[in-house]
Design a protein around this ligand. Sequence first.
Ligand code: UDP
Ligand code: MG
Length: 136
Amino acid sequence: MSNIEQTLSIIKPDAVERNIENEIKEIFKSNGFSILKEKKIQIEKSEAEKFYKVHETKPFYNDLCSYLSSGPIVVMVLEKENAVLANRELMGATNPKDAEEGTIRKKYGISIDKNSVHGSDSVENAEIEINFFFKD
Ligand code: UDP
Ligand code: MG
């Protein structure tokens, strides 16, 4: 049975800064994702704090929120069969050092914090994250 899902993807500041956003978008498209919506924005630190609220008790929370708001990002709604898991697989592990060959983080990630992309981790969070950036 078909299970088309939508998920939220973010091309993070380290990747936008290196001008590889189009390369990354091509990877999504060539892996069967449709980009339904996209916008390039820069967010305030207070918005990053809301977006990453689930991590507020973690030692890296403050740096993470400073980082996500440090420069332009590209936020996208991706659609595909089982998009949430498919995107997590295509992104690779959080730490690029642990990411498998052929994943976006293996190819482009600089470090565990500058790991080039974000992807929703569940269908429930995908809906919350899509509404966070695209409520219309
Ligand atoms: N992060 C970090 N240090 C860590 C773990 C995570 O800087 O020790 C950052 C990293 O940018 C990661 C984000 O926090 O992408 C969110 O962490 P999560 O565990 O949700 O990883 P993800 O879902 O992005 O793979
Ligand atoms: Mg996560």
